[in-house]
Write a protein that binds this ligand. Structure first.
Ligand code: FES
Ligand code: FE2
Length: 375
């Protein structure tokens, strides 16, 4: 294991606000445990983190869990229909309360059976009636912020964080212009991948298509590559292209006026909304670090119909068997390479016209990382 270095996050290592002049993030940013600890505090515990589509917690008692780095969180719809978020930890001796997703009338701890109302109040602590000075009001669940954005649920561990909707500009309108039926989408399934890479490598890879023709021949056929463009805005970036031929190496779809073009939007710090050519669909790609050099990726698929048709199954199959394995191979190789004594950092390949070969959106992401780390 490489020895940790002291990094000041002060742009002194060749990083420049101008992507055409800037060096990339130096290698230790991708493996130094001290950087990761700081990222947890300054990025993950302060930013809005994706949980699920609102439809998954529509009913009273409906809940979903999510990890924010090492913090276990859940959201649950109360009897008053308000959606609330809490740390997923019992206030007795800290056992986990809920797993996965589902529905609960009360939240019962599997260890000693303390129960909580869906609004977080402690309902019953067995055998506590005669305990001197025990006030159940002091042992409610610890809340986190919850917000709905574009029909998706986000949480924020920072009670003072400004609302997500106040920071996202035109993002919602952009996504909706590609998926007018966003609110009618139905959750189909989740795929999970455990990747041996730093979370930023997974995001970097998403934010440029410089590698697409080389590493993703089928994707480069699915879309019209010369029309691929990335645009950066505030805390998100847009990546769009016209769809290619319906008969392509990725999956087949019927070309019609209703066909979606390709659109993908990255939202700080780690979630991507992807719309694929073909019928109405959204794939939410979510990269959550589980350590300095490990990332859990979730792909959540949403379609307009409950029963998957052939083309929808083909989209899932393409992501699971082709596109994602291609990307995982790339980012795991990069993670190993970053430890090489023969590498420290490089330059972003950025052109004036910000074409499909330009890496300016990676530089935009790294500016936000460095700004956060500086505090
Ligand atoms: S840890 Fe939950 S009831 Fe004891
Ligand atoms: Fe890729």
């Amino acid at each position: 294991m490489a020895k940790p270095q002291v990094i000041n996050h002060d742009f002194s290592d060749g990083f420049d606000r101008d992507p055409e002049r800037s060096s990339t993030l130096a290698a230790p940013y991708y493996f130094d445990p001290a950087v990761y600890e700081k990222e947890k505090e300054t990025i993950f515990y302060r930013s809005w983190n994706f949980v699920c589509h609102v439809e998954q917690v529509r009913d009273i008692g409906g809940y979903a869990t999510a990890m924010v780095a090492d913090q276990n969180i859940f959201v649950i719809r109360g009897k008053d229909r308000v959606l609330r978020g809490f740390y997923n930890v019992c206030q007795h001796r800290a056992h986990e309360l809920l797993k996965g997703s589902g529905k609960r009338k009360v939240i019962a701890c599997p260890y000693h059976g303390w129960t909580y109302e869906t609004d977080g109040r402690l309902k019953n602590a067995r055998n506590s009636q005669d305990l001197p000075g025990f006030n159940p009001g002091e042992f409610g669940l610890k809340p986190v912020q919850v917000e709905e954005f574009s029909h998706f649920i986000f949480i924020n561990l920072d009670p003072g964080a400004p609302s997500l909707n106040s920071q996202t500009g035109e993002l919602q309108a952009e996504i909706r212009s590609y998926v007018p039926h966003l609110d009618k989408l139905i959750y189909a399934l989740r795929l999970r991948y455990d990747i041996a890479t730093n979370w930023k490598n997974a995001i970097d890879n998403f934010l440029e298509c410089y590698h697409c023709r080389i590493a993703h021949p089928a994707f480069a056929d699915l879309i019209d590559m010369p029309t691929y463009r990335s645009k950066t805005h505030g805390i998100y970036s847009s990546h769009t292209a016209r769809s290619g031929p319906g008969d392509n190496k990725a999956y087949t779809f019927e070309k019609s006026d209703d066909d979606l073009d390709f659109g993908a939007w990255w939202l700080w710090p780690n979630v991507n909304f992807i719309v694929n050519p073909g019928e109405s669909n959204v794939v939410v790609m979510h990269m959550m670090p589980s350590g300095p050099e490990t990332t859990i990726e979730h792909l959540d698929f949403y379609f307009l119909t409950e029963k998957l048709d052939e083309q929808q199954r083909a989209v899932i199959e393409y992501f699971d068997k082709v596109l994602n394995p291609e990307d995982i191979g790339l980012v795991e190789s990069v993670q190993r390479g970053l430890h090489s004594r023969g590498y420290h950092q490089s330059r972003y390949i950025v052109d004036r016209d910000r074409t499909e070969l330009s890496e300016h959106a990676v530089h935009h992401f790294h500016s936000l990382v460095l700004d956060a780390l500086k505090g």
